[in-house]
Design a protein around this ligand. Structure first.
Ligand SMILES: [Fe+2]
Ligand SMILES: [Fe+2]
Length: 170
């Protein structure tokens, strides 16, 4: 099935409802480097990249808000991606997820694999993972283009500007 690559972003109401839900599920402190401020920068990065990659912007936004929402610690927590995917499915089961079935599939794959998988052939999933990795300077890690998936994210200006946003958060 071919996805509408330039899917509209979430409506303000959809975005707030998702944020209320994921923030309510988040057990770490609000200032966590994996918390809502990080989610907003991942959204920002992802929507910028989507202009070049053609990523589905609805999936990019939903990934930003769900991907780290089930972290149980800011340290080693290799299972938080799969737990985030399960939270997506739970929200969908309640009939609340503003996404098509095809978008749901992409979102689940993106959340589940975002920490352990290197890259993905699907442009939307690759864009989600790059949007997250571009925010690594917030935890003192310099972005290495070798670990980015898309050409759009490997652009030196894109990396530098994301780094400025990430460092401003500290
Ligand atoms: Fe994560
Ligand atoms: Fe993240």
């Amino acid at each position: 099935m071919k996805l509408p690559t330039m899917a509209e972003v979430l409506s303000a109401e959809e975005r707030q409802a998702v944020l209320n839900y994921t923030t309510g599920c988040f057990v770490l402190p609000a200032h966590s480097p994996h918390g809502p401020k990080h989610w907003q920068r991942v959204r920002h990065n992802g929507l910028l990249l989507a202009e070049a990659t053609g990523a589905n912007r609805r999936v990019v936004e939903l990934f930003a808000f769900f991907h780290d929402s089930c972290r149980e610690t800011d340290g080693w927590d290799i299972e938080h991606g799969p737990r985030g995917a399960e939270l997506v499915l739970a929200y969908h089961a309640e009939g609340l997820l503003p996404a098509s079935d095809a978008e749901l599939d992409l979102l689940v794959i993106a959340c589940r694999g975002h920490t352990v998988e290197r890259t993905h052939a699907d442009a939307t999933i690759a864009t989600c993972w790059d949007a997250d990795r571009l925010d690594l300077p917030r935890v003192g890690i310099t972005v290495d283009p070798a670990y980015l998936c898309t050409d759009a994210a490997k652009d030196v200006t894109v990396i530098r500007e994301a780094e400025v946003r990430a460092l401003a958060s500290r």
